[in-house]
Write a protein that binds this ligand. Sequence first.
Ligand SMILES: C[S@@+](CC[C@H](N)C(=O)[O-])C[C@H]1O[C@@H](n2cnc3c(N)ncnc32)[C@H](O)[C@@H]1O
Length: 227
Amino acid sequence: MFFYLLPSKAVLIDSNEELVNFYKVVQSNLPALLKDLEKHQNARDYFYRIRAADVNKMTEVERASRFLYLNKTAYNGLFRVNRNGQFNVPFGNYKKPKIKDKENLNQVSKALKGVEILTGDFERVLKYAQKGAFIYLDPPYHPLSVTARFTSYTSNDFGVEDQKRLAVVFRKLDQKGCLVMLSNSDTPLIKELYRGYNIAKVYARRAINCKGNKRGVITELVIRNYG
Ligand SMILES: C[S@@+](CC[C@H](N)C(=O)[O-])C[C@H]1O[C@@H](n2cnc3c(N)ncnc32)[C@H](O)[C@@H]1O
């Protein structure tokens, strides 16, 4: 949404420290990142070594470089960690992954100039949201079934309590006079939590799903507090 709208003033918040560090490095230290990206190899052994490496012993540039490398070479470009916060997606075995897309990274870096990028829980948005601001909330989706759970972008699962907490934040933003949009899966819980708001069904193609046959078109919900 941010890269589509390219607003002149924006705040981006996510609880995933690796994701936030990556965007911060692209924003302020792209030459160093481009240089570091040169070292990577698209090979199984190398992948598992980088995957197991301790990010706490790395510089911010090295962490960002590892994050992008894993995003390009891991199976389905998935980002998933276990309970201990360790990245656990297997090697994707792709022929020619574009690990260093200089042109694209340059554009991303330009777009991020002057943007505030923060790590943290979504409740932080309440501190920044001013009347009239447009807020897009893109949470981990509420699972369609118990077996379809994929909510582990961070080591803390995003459960029903978090969905409820987010709905409270949505209401508070609405009361503040913000324009709020949220996307989520089409489930009874989500419809219930946002009852009274403008709920539209949209058809989305799922790019990421471990089961190939589940990658078809599904319905999702786009919820807004405006018409
Ligand atoms: C569906 S993804 C959206 C990602 C992002 N909007 C994008 O387009 O790349 C959900 C995101 O929510 C983040 N997340 C999970 N729990 C969170 C929390 N409590 N507060 C803030 N962000 C959270 C995850 O790290 C993940 O990046």
